[in-house]
Design a protein around this ligand. Structure first.
Ligand code: FES
Length: 342
């Protein structure tokens, strides 16, 4: 038996390692040439402390309170030199990946499809060279080198991890480097280099209702998350509000209908900004965050959209006096890496 452990480093890099039954995370990491911080490896110094966000494990009783207090353990803090996983886990490591002598992964693939879905968005499908695809957490992003330039752009996967065929929803920005490539030069068979996965925007374990807020092509990570929820099953209410500027910017609603059919606890609504639209819900997503999807704040909120949307949602919560149990967001701007401060 082996478990997959996602190590999320402070610099946003995620590295996946295998951990054998009975093996500590620290030993597994070293076996795979990831030098996690450590000093004693005996549960005494606390140097190897991290935070386990997801998964089951045994910490044993060999460590001392100075290394990890009961309060810290209750909050999900772990000592990787003591932690023996009994399921797949996600662990936050509070140092940069470079300090652990590991680096972000690099993969290559071939363009399998480039299709404009609207004037605003393009779907890019890439067949990765590795048959087993790439490990990432649904919601995470990857850098894609723009062919014919020295630049890269970052996009969230809209597909599932571990599949050879990866897909992305890309905003069509007139004059944009990636948009220019995709609309003018891209052809099936082109080679692409991708670097990642990265980012702390990913779906956590679901223990309460979830509110997903997507702006434009910010829908992409939710497609990946929902696909995974359909696979795993989920009883908690999940509601997505998907906002766009114009009617014809609404894409992938067939996929959303499919998720709603496959996952009875999932519902979604769409919102259009354009005042000339006949859409039944107009305005911004904040105008349509009704009480029944807010659950008096007993919700986990995930938001992917441009910075003004993130700010508007935060202000809305504030004005309504609602403090969600957790709020995870990915801000993106045309030339900015998602997740970096705007
Ligand atoms: Fe010292 Fe883990 S390395 S407590």
């Amino acid at each position: 038996m082996s478990y997959t452990i996602a190590l999320n480093f402070e610099d946003g890099v995620t590295r996946f390692i295998g951990c054998k039954d009975g093996e500590t995370v620290l030993d597994a990491a070293y076996r795979q040439k990831v030098n996690l911080p450590m000093d004693c490896s005996d549960g005494v110094c606390g140097t190897c402390k991290g935070h386990c966000e997801q998964g089951d494990f045994d910490l044993g009783d060999e460590y001392i309170d100075e290394a990890l207090s009961d309060e810290e353990a209750a909050e999900g803090q772990v000592l990787t030199c003591q932690m023996v996983p009994s399921s797949d886990c996600v662990i936050q490591v509070p140092v940069a990946s470079t300090l652990c002598k590991t680096a972000v992964g690099r993969v290559e693939g071939t363009v399998a499809m480039v299709e404009p879905l609207s004037e605003d968005s393009i779907e890019l499908v890439v067949d990765l060279d590795e048959e087993e695809g790439l490990a990432f957490l649904p919601g995470q992003y990857i850098h894609i080198d723009v062919p014919g330039s020295e630049e890269h752009r970052s996009y969230s996967f809209s597909s599932l991890p571990g599949e050879q065929r990866a897909s992305f929803l890309i905003r069509n920005i007139p004059g944009g480097v990636m948009s220019g490539y995709l609309t003018e030069r891209a052809a099936v068979g082109d080679r692409l280099a991708l670097t990642g996965p990265m980012g702390s925007f990913y779906l956590r374990e679901i223990t309460r209702p979830v509110l997903m807020l997507a702006g434009g092509t910010g829908l992409a990570p939710f497609l990946s998350m929902l696909e995974q929820l359909v696979q795993k099953g989920c009883d908690a209410p999940i509601h997505l509000i998907y906002g766009v500027n114009k009617d014809d910017h609404l894409v992938k609603t067939d996929a959303l209908d499919g998720f709603a059919e496959a996952l009875p606890s999932f519902t979604y609504s769409t919102v259009v900004v354009d005042e000339a639209s006949d859409h039944p819900r107009k305005g911004y997503v904040t105008h349509h965050m009704d009480a029944e999807v807010m659950h008096d704040g007993d919700i986990d909120v995930y938001l992917c959209g441009p910075p003004p949307m993130v700010d508007a949602v935060l202000k809305h919560f504030d004005a309504e006096g609602i403090v969600p149990q957790s709020f995870h967001y990915e801000k993106f701007t045309p030339n900015q890496i998602p997740g970096e401060a705007a």
